[in-house]
Write a protein that binds this ligand. Structure first.
Ligand code: SF4
Ligand code: SF4
Length: 669
C-alpha cells in the first residue's frame, strides 16, 4: 500500500486555489470588523480588574463548563445535542486548521498512520456534529419547551450548519469514489457514501465535474458563516467560553460592593454603568431559557423572567454599537429613551426577584443576573427613592431598631432571659459566638429555634455566648433591597463590635446572616470563621459530643434554603444531622440541594407583599407535601416562617409539622 497522504487540493485548479486565498482574506477582514462592532460596547464598559486575576482557576472552570460542558449536561437532551454539535464542530475546525498547516506551511505531517487516524476522527466528528444538529432540530421543531426562544434566524443557522456537515461528507465521498485509495476504509462515512454514489451509476467523470462547484459552495457557506458569526447567535461560540472563563470566582451569595464615597450616581442607572464583564454576559446569552424555567418568580406568575432581563439589557447595549459596515447601521436598534430601572426593566420585574440564585445556578454560560437586578434596585432606592411602600417601613425599622420589625432594639435578648446564656458585654470571652439574627431574636416561631440551639450547645458543653442587645441586623435584606448605604452602616457597626470583643468563631441559625458574615463582612474588615448551625451540629454529632438517643418515628422532607445550599454549598451537613437522629425517614423533594426551589423570602421579599401571581411559598409547600411527609424540616428562619404559613394555607398544618433542624435534634436528645 502506498504511504497514505492528504491531497488537499484534489481536482481544484490553480485559479480556484488563488481565489480561495483571496476569499479567506476578505472573510477574515469582515470577521474582524464585525467582531470589533460587537466588542466595542464590551470594551467601553466599566473596569472589573478582579475578572482578570486567578487564571489557573479560570482555566479549570473553562475546561469544566466550556470544554466538558458539565453544566450543560445537567439537562440530558439539550446537553447531548449541544455537546455533540460543539465537540464535532471543534474537531472539524481543528482538522481544517491542521490541513491548512500541513499544506500551506509545508509541514507535511498528514501522512501514514497519523493521517489515517486523522481521517477516522474527522469522520466520527462529522457524524457527531450532524446527530447533534438533528437533536437540536427535533427540539426546536418538535414539541418545544415554552421557555425556548426561537427566532427565524435559528432555523437558517441550523440549515447552514447541516449543509456544511453534509457537504463535507459529499466532497469526501466524491474524492474516494474517484481516487479509490486503499485506505478509504479509514473514512467509513465517506466510503459508505462513495459506494452509494457508484451504485447510483455516477461515473468518475461526472463526479469530478460535480466536485468543483460543490467545493466552492462548501467554501462559500463556510466563509459566509465566519463573516456573519459576530452578527448571529453563533457569536456565543466565542462569547460563551469567554464568559465561563471570566465568571465570578467569589462565593455565589456575595454581592459586588459599591464605593459610596467615590460614586456620584449609585447602582445601575444606564447601560453605561455596567462593567465590561456584565456587558459580556449580555452577549453570551444563548437564549436557552433555563434560567426562566428555574425562576420561582416566573413559575408563580410574576412578570420577572431572568432571560428577558438579560435580553432587554442586551438590546440596550446593542444600541451603543458603532456599525462595522455602513449597511449594518440599520440593524442596530435605536436607543430606548426610557430609564433602565423602572423603564426598560419594569419595577415589578425588579422587585419580584428573591435573589435565590436559581437562574445563575442553571445558566450554562454563568451569566450573573442578580448583580444586575440588585444594581437596578440600588438605583431605584438610592437615586430615585422608589420602592414598595412596605419596604419603606422595613428600612425605617432597620435604622431605628436594627431589625426589620417595629420592635425595640432593647428587647433583642429577651428570648434568652431564662436560659443562662452569657453575653460578651458581661465579660464572657467564649470559644464561639452564637449570632442570633433578627428572626431568631424577635419572631416568636424562630425564638423557639434559638432556644433549641442553646440547649443543644449546652448539652454538648460548648463554651458560647451572645451579643444580646449589641447585635444588629447583618444588613442582608437592606443590601438586597438595594439600600447599600444602610447595609454598609450596619456592617461597619457590627464589625466594630465583633472586632472589639476579638470574636473569631461564629455559629448562626440563619443562612442569610451566615452568608453575609462569611462572605460580605471581610470587605469591611470582619474576618471570622462562620459556621451554620447545621454544620456545627453535624460536627458535634460526628465527634460524639451530642447523642440524640430518643428515636423519632417520622417521615421527613428537608427543604434546602437557597442561601445555604445554592449560595454556600451547605447540602450534606443538614442531611448528616438528620441521619444522626434514629427513626427519621428522610425523603427528598423533587427539587433539592443546589436545585432547591425558593421559599419566596430572600432578597428582602420577606418584607414585601406578594401581590402578583400565586405565592412562591405555596408552590414550594405543595411540592413538599407531594412527598407525603409528617415533618417539613428546614434550617432557615425565613424558610421556616414561609413554609409554616404555606402549611396553614394548605390546611396541612394539623398533620404536617414544620421544624428547624435544631428543634428536631433537641427533641431527640
Ligand atoms: S435570583 Fe431567583 S428570583 Fe431572581 S431572577 Fe434569578 S431565579 Fe428568579
Ligand atoms: S441567561 Fe443563561 S440560562 Fe438564561 S437564557 Fe441566557 S444562557 Fe440560558
Amino acid at each position: 500500500m502506498p504511504d497514505p497522504i492528504r491531497d488537499t487540493f484534489w481536482a481544484i485548479p490553480g485559479w480556484s486555489q488563488a481565489l480561495l486565498y483571496a476569499a479567506v482574506v476578505a472573510t477574515a477582514v469582515a470577521f474582524v470588523l464585525g467582531l470589533r462592532q460587537r466588542l466595542g460596547p464590551i470594551l467601553r464598559g466599566r473596569p472589573a480588574p478582579e475578572r482578570l486575576a486567578r487564571w489557573p482557576e479560570r482555566a479549570r472552570r473553562l475546561a469544566e463548563d466550556g470544554l466538558l460542558q458539565v453544566r450543560t449536561f445537567r439537562r440530558r437532551y439539550p446537553g447531548l445535542a449541544h455537546g455533540l454539535t460543539m465537540w464535532g464542530f471543534l474537531l472539524l475546525f481543528l482538522g481544517t486548521t491542521l490541513v491548512f498547516l500541513d499544506h500551506d506551511f509545508g509541514l507535511a505531517f498528514l501522512r501514514g498512520r497519523f493521517y489515517l487516524g486523522f481521517e477516522l476522527v474527522l469522520d466520527l466528528a462529522g457524524v457527531g456534529f450532524l446527530v447533534g444538529l438533528a437533536l437540536f432540530t427535533v427540539r426546536r421543531y418538535g414539541p418545544r419547551p415554552a421557555s425556548l426562544v426561537h427566532g427565524a434566524a435559528d432555523g437558517w443557522i441550523l440549515l447552514l450548519l447541516f449543509a456544511l456537515g453534509v457537504g463535507g461528507f459529499l466532497l469526501e465521498a466524491i474524492r474516494l469514489a474517484v481516487v479509490r485509495p486503499p485506505w478509504a476504509a479509514w473514512s467509513p462515512v465517506g466510503q459508505a457514501l462513495a459506494t452509494l454514489l457508484v451504485a447510483a451509476g455516477l461515473e468518475p467523470g461526472t463526479l469530478r465535474a460535480l466536485y468543483l462547484p460543490l467545493w466552492w459552495a462548501h467554501a462559500a457557506m463556510t466563509f459566509g458563516m465566519i463573516a456573519l458569526l459576530p452578527f448571529s447567535k453563533l457569536l456565543h461560540l466565542l462569547s460563551a467560553p469567554a464568559n465561563v472563563a471570566l465568571r465570578s470566582l467569589e462565593p455565589a451569595g456575595q454581592l459586588p460592593g459599591l464605593d459610596l464615597e467615590a460614586s456620584e450616581t449609585f447602582g445601575i442607572t444606564t447601560i453605561e454603568d455596567l462593567s465590561w464583564k456584565s456587558r459580556l454576559d449580555l452577549y453570551a446569552c444563548t437564549e436557552c431559557g433555563r434560567c426562566q424555567d428555574a425562576c420561582p418568580a416566573w413559575a408563580t406568575g410574576k412578570p420577572l423572567s431572568p432571560m428577558r432581563v438579560i435580553l432587554d439589557l442586551r438590546q440596550e447595549l446593542r444600541a451603543t454599537e458603532r456599525p462595522a459596515f455602513p449597511w449594518a447601521a440599520g440593524a442596530i436598534p435605536p436607543p430606548d429613551e426610557r430609564p433602565l430601572a423602572g423603564g426598560v426593566i419594569a419595577e415589578d420585574v425588579l422587585w419580584a426577584c428573591t435573589t435565590c440564585g436559581a437562574c445563575q445556578e442553571v445558566c450554562p454560560v454563568h451569566i450573573e443576573h442578580i448583580e444586575k437586578i440588585v444594581g437596578m434596585r440600588r438605583n431605584l432606592v438610592l437615586m430615585e427613592s422608589r420602592f414598595p411602600a412596605e419596604v419603606q417601613l422595613a428600612l425605617q425599622n432597620f435604622e431605628r431598631n436594627f431589625n426589620p420589625w417595629a420592635l425595640g432594639w432593647e428587647g433583642r435578648a429577651d428570648w434568652a432571659r431564662d436560659l443562662g446564656v452569657p453575653r460578651l458585654a458581661d465579660g464572657a470571652r467564649p470559644d464561639v459566638l452564637f449570632w442570633v439574627g433578627c428572626a431568631g431574636a424577635f419572631a416568636d416561631r424562630n425564638k423557639q429555634v434559638s432556644r433549641a440551639l442553646v440547649r443543644i450547645l449546652q448539652a454538648a458543653g460548648i463554651d458560647f455566648a451572645i451579643l444580646g442587645t449589641e447585635e444588629k441586623c447583618t444588613g442582608d435584606p437592606a443590601r438586597r433591597i438595594g439600600n447599600e448605604y444602610l447595609f454598609q452602616m450596619l456592617a461597619r457597626e457590627n464589625v466594630e463590635t465583633l472586632n472589639r470583643y476579638g470574636v473569631r468563631r461564629i455559629v448562626t441559625t440563619c443562612p442569610h446572616c451566615f452568608n453575609t458574615l462569611k462572605s460580605e463582612y471581610p470587605a469591611f474588615g470582619g474576618r471570622y470563621e462562620v459556621t451554620h448551625h447545621s454544620a456545627f451540629i453535624a460536627e458535634l454529632l460526628r465527634q460524639g459530643r451530642l447523642r440524640p438517643a430518643k428515636p423519632l418515628d417520622r417521615r421527613l422532607v428537608y427543604h434546602d434554603s437557597c442561601y445555604l445550599s445554592r449560595h454556600n454549598g451547605v447540602i450534606a451537613e443538614p442531611r448528616a444531622v438528620l441521619a444522626g437522629v434514629a427513626g427519621l425517614r428522610l425523603v427528598e423533594a423533587p427539587r433539592a440541594g443546589s436545585a432547591s426551589f425558593c421559599c419566596g423570602a430572600g432578597g428582602g421579599r420577606m418584607f414585601m407583599e406578594e401581590k402578583l401571581g400565586t405565592r412562591v411559598n405555596l408552590e414550594r409547600t405543595e411540592e413538599l407535601l407531594g412527598t407525603v411527609p409528617d415533618v417539613v424540616a428546614t434550617a432557615c428562619p425565613f424558610c421556616l416562617t414561609m413554609l409554616g404559613d404555606g402549611l396553614k394555607a394548605k390546611a396541612a398544618a394539623e398533620r404536617v409539622e414544620s421544624l428547624d433542624l435544631a428543634e428536631i435534634v433537641e427533641r431527640a436528645l
